[in-house]
Ligand binder design. Structure first.
Ligand SMILES: Nc1nc2c(ncn2[C@@H]2O[C@H](COP(=O)(O)OP(=O)(O)OP(=O)(O)O)[C@@H](O)[C@H]2O)c(=O)[nH]1
Ligand SMILES: [Mg+2]
Length: 456
């Protein structure tokens, strides 16, 4: 490639047992040789214990190191990895010495960018690397691994192959149209193939929304009148005393947010200030922030103090809920339920209602199930089964391919000439090619890799 040799810290900054310094490029072997001058030669892919020295000759650290010769490495270039003692000072020193010996600092995602450019992985796989690094749950990592192993790319390439087969027939009929009977394609056959392609595209497109939920997490916000026990439920779901709880109405002012996991999904659970008419400026600000959060939530948990009869204010507040996904929690069930369930049910419409107690924990397991059930869709079941979930970039490309095929269908029915049909088929194939990166624009590539972490 004629590229430079780059170096970066591939483990997280901070103190650790071992830190990993990584180099890739044509000079990697030479620079490794400069850093470990007394090593007895390097056999590719064989780990050795060596002494790393500064260029001046002073010893730096005793490390394990490996050289992975091109093309059998992650990037497809010569790669050297040094596993030094996990002090930031040491790792930085080694990087500085590598730079003195001719390496350059690697920008974020550089190793994966090179792997892509050298054809070691395609674009969908490169994106999966980033997902795998960010994964927090088993389901997230399983989907990312499936993509990394080429699961999504294979599905897309199958669609592309179908498109190209049709393209050959359609374009063949253009070339041979002068010669009678040669290369004529069947419009019915093309029509049914186009429908088949659209249905395959739809299967992938459908995984996008649940896929985004899987990657980005789902916002669940606790809201409701003061003192209903929102913060207590928040703490109980987190399993720690994160929010201040007190009998004084208006305890919570700021918006609090923490992550919880339920069955492989990440949820951002939010606690908000209790809603009330108040003369206190700070409290009012908190209520506004809470209201915004509730509006943006994927799921609203509206908490009422179930040990009290419904008040005029509760009724008015509940009437104002516009959120389509909302579960009503009647809290403090340990004190005995005074809220008239039926009345509450009527007031609150066809929303789910659940009795819980933040103090005894009653109903909380059911609440977790309800949170999961109401925020997941059928699409997620497919993701569990197939471990494929397209991201928004991939989804946009698939939708463009779908649009082209819809146009193709119309034009087939309208009896348009083969030249026009071939344009649609080409457009659909090219949109599919963007997923694997075969036909993606340079600036989009740069954008994707720049969102990676350093050292990957
Ligand atoms: N018996 C009983 N008391 C509860 C329960 N949940 C909360 N409480 C009590 O109710 C009071 C208010 O609880 P918080 O969790 O602070 O209520 P909140 O809705 O966050 O209140 P604000 O932040 O003021 O809006 C506290 O004294 C809690 O101990 C419950 O399930 N049972
Ligand atoms: Mg609170």
């Amino acid at each position: 490639m004629g590229e430079s040799t780059v170096v970066a810290l591939s483990s997280p900054p901070g103190r650790s047992g071992i830190a990993v310094v990584r180099m890739s490029g044509p000079e990697a072997a030479k620079i490794l040789g400069r850093l470990a001058p007394h090593a007895g030669g390097w056999k590719s892919h064989q780990l050795q214990k060596v002494l790393i020295r500064e260029i001046s000759g002073d010893p730096l650290d005793e490390v394990m190191a490996v050289l992975m010769e091109a093309p059998g490495s992650y990037t497809g270039e010569d790669v050297a990895e040094i596993y030094c003692h996990g002090s930031m000072r040491l790792a930085d020193n080694i990087i500085e010495e590598a730079i003195k010996a001719g390496a350059e600092m690697a920008p974020p995602g550089e190793f994966t960018r090179r792997a892509f450019l050298n054809g070691k992985i395609d674009m969908a796989q490169a994106e999966a690397v980033a997902d795998l690094i960010c994964s927090e749950t088993r389901l997230q990592s399983r989907v990312a691994l499936e993509h990394l192993r080429g699961g999504l790319s294979r599905r897309v390439k199958e669609i592309e192959k179908r498109l190209l087969r049709q393209l050959v027939l359609v374009e063949g009929s253009i070339d041979f149209s002068q010669e009678e009977g040669l290369g004529e394609f069947s419009r019915e056959k093309l029509h049914s193939e186009a429908e088949g392609v659209i249905s395959d595209l739809d299967k992938l497109i459908r995984t996008n929304i649940p896929g985004n939920k899987l990657r980005d997490g789902i916002r669940v916000t606790l809201a409701g009148p003061r003192n209903a026990g929102k913060s207590s439920i928040y703490n109980a779901l987190l399993g720690e005393e994160r929010a201040i709880v007190s009998h004084i109405p208006g305890t919570t002012r700021d918006l609090l947010r923490e992550r919880i996991h339920i069955r492989g999904l990440t949820y951002y659970l939010e606690d908000t200030a209790g809603i009330a008419e108040t003369g206190c400026e700070i409290e009012r600000r908190g209520i506004d922030v809470g209201r915004e959060a509730a509006r943006a939530a994927d799921l609203l948990l509206f908490v009422l103090d179930g040990s009290l009869p419904l008040s005029e204010e509760d009724i008015e507040m509940a009437g104002r809920i516009e959120h389509e996904l909302c579960i009503i929690l009647l809290n403090k069930s340990d004190l005995g339920l005074k809220t008239d369930r039926e009345k509450a049910g009527n007031l609150l419409g066809a929303r789910q209602m659940l009795e819980v107690s933040a103090v005894t924990g009653a109903g909380l397991e059911r609440l977790r199930e309800l949170i999961y059930d109401s925020t997941t869709t059928k699409g997620l079941t497919d993701i569990y089964r197939e471990r494929i979930a397209v991201n928004s970039r991939q989804c946009n490309a698939l939708k463009r391919a779908r649009g082209a095929m819809e146009s193709a269908l119309e034009d087939i029915s309208a009896g348009k000439p083969a030249e026009i049909l071939s344009v649609w088929l080409r457009e659909a194939a090219s949109a599919c090619g963007e997923i694997t990166g075969r036909s993606v624009e340079q600036d989009i590539l740069e954008e994707i890799f720049s969102s990676f972490c350093i050292g990957k």
